[in-house]
Each structure stands twice: as structure tokens, then as C-alpha cells.
Design a protein around this ligand. Structure first.
Ligand SMILES: CC(C)(COP(=O)(O)OP(=O)(O)OC[C@H]1O[C@@H](n2cnc3c(N)ncnc32)[C@H](O)[C@@H]1OP(=O)(O)O)[C@@H](O)C(=O)NCCC(=O)NCCS
Length: 173
């Protein structure tokens, strides 16, 4: 995966108080509400970090939220779990991702996902984890993520994961 390039006038920033969250509409209420009501609080408490894609001067085009997490080894697909210790394992959660409806269908969702995985890859150089996991808010979101090699967690059709090895080969291959 090549480094993410943003069009002129767009940039990624960590969510700050001055960002205008109230105008953001992805059309999935939970995705909008998280950004408006919870993302800053969670960040202050060091539970997650949200990065926003800004179109200058201050429009939020999209965002994603990353957090650390754990998964029991037996929740992972067998071919991944079989080489790992039978215990709780570290992972990164892609907790939220959304693009404002005015900017959907222009490649921003794909680029935000690539940026989120690039952040995970960078983190993984010094803080190891076995996979990135996410829970799909809708079937439509699931279809989107499955385009990018995310696979289902056995018995959890709305939970998807991508193993570290695949992220590493995407970033370095
Ligand atoms: C899902 C979402 C992030 C996609 O963002 P986007 O900017 O519209 O997507 P892109 O323009 O980058 O699309 C990239 C590719 O995925 C495809 N795609 C986009 N949304 C898709 C969907 N829901 N299902 C299947 N494919 C999809 C596009 O057609 C495009 O393919 P192409 O390059 O072959 O044309 C966006 O629609 C969104 O924010 N939805 C509401 C919130 C949400 O569901 N978030 C995810 C769960 S937390």
C-alpha cells in the first residue's frame, strides 16, 4: 500500500476542540453521534484517538478512531490462532470510520482506511499486536471493509479483522 496522498487543501489532524463536529453527517447516526458527543471525551481519557480529515479551512470530511484492545485467541480464525498462545492477545480496534455524505464516493473512505492501517503499522513497530479488529455498524459498511481483505471473526458476522502479517505485507510489499 502506497503512502496516503491527500488532495491539495486537505489534511489529517488529531481531533481538537476547535474542529466543527456539529456539521458532520455520514448518514449513520451512531457514526455521527460518536464524533459529536464522545470522541473528544474518550481521547481526553486516553481510551482512543480520533483523527479527522479536514478540508481547509475547517470542514470535517471524514474521521477514524483507533483504540487498543484484546481478543481471546479462540475468537480468531483457526489458521491465525493456532500459532498463538492460548490467552488474551493484543490488538488494535478500528472503532469508527466515516465520511461526510457530501464527500462520499470520491475515494476518501478508502484513503482514510489506508491511513488508519498505516497508523496501526507504525504503532506496531514499537507496540506489537496480532490484528486490527472492527465491528461493522451496517451491512453496507461490512461490504465496504470486505473489499480490503478484512475477514469475519468466526461466529461474529459483524466483526471483521485483518492480521498484522497482512498489514505488514501491504505496507512493505
Ligand atoms: C463506508 C464509507 C466509509 C465509504 O466511504 P466512501 O468515501 O464513500 O468510499 P470510497 O469513495 O473511498 O470508496 C472506495 C471503494 O469502495 C466502494 N464502496 C464505497 N462504499 C461501499 C459500500 N458501502 N459497500 C461496498 N463498496 C463500497 C466504492 O465504490 C469504491 O470502489 P471503486 O474504487 O471500485 O469505485 C462511507 O460510505 C460512510 O462513511 N458510510 C457511513 C458510515 C459508516 O458506515 N462507517 C463504517 C462503519 S463504522
Amino acid at each position: 500500500m502506497r503512502p496516503v496522498r491527500w488532495p491539495t487543501g486537505f489534511c489529517i489532524e488529531q481531533l481538537e476542540k476547535h474542529h466543527k463536529r456539529s456539521a458532520f453527517r455520514s448518514d449513520v447516526e451512531a457514526v455521527d453521534e460518536w464524533l459529536k458527543k464522545s470522541a473528544r471525551q474518550a481521547q481526553k481519557k486516553r481510551l482512543s484517538i480520533t483523527r479527522v480529515l479536514i478540508k481547509e479551512p475547517d470542514t470535517i470530511v471524514g474521521y477514524y478512531t483507533l483504540a487498543m484492545g484484546q481478543v481471546n485467541f479462540d475468537e480468531l480464525p483457526h489458521e491465525i490462532a493456532r500459532k498463538l498462545p492460548a490467552t488474551l492477545l493484543p490488538l488494535v480496534t478500528l472503532a469508527w470510520l466515516g465520511v461526510d455524505k457530501n464527500y462520499q464516493g470520491q475515494g476518501f473512505g478508502e484513503r482514510l482506511l489506508a491511513q488508519a492501517l498505516a497508523d496501526c503499522h507504525q504503532t506496531g513497530q514499537i507496540m506489537p499486536f496480532v490484528a486490527v479488529l472492527l465491528e461493522c455498524a451496517t451491512i453496507s459498511a461490512k461490504t465496504f471493509y470486505q473489499r480490503y481483505d478484512f475477514e469475519e471473526l468466526p461466529g461474529h458476522p459483524m466483526k471483521l479483522m485483518i492480521p498484522w502479517k497482512l498489514i505488514d505485507s501491504m505496507m512493505t510489499g
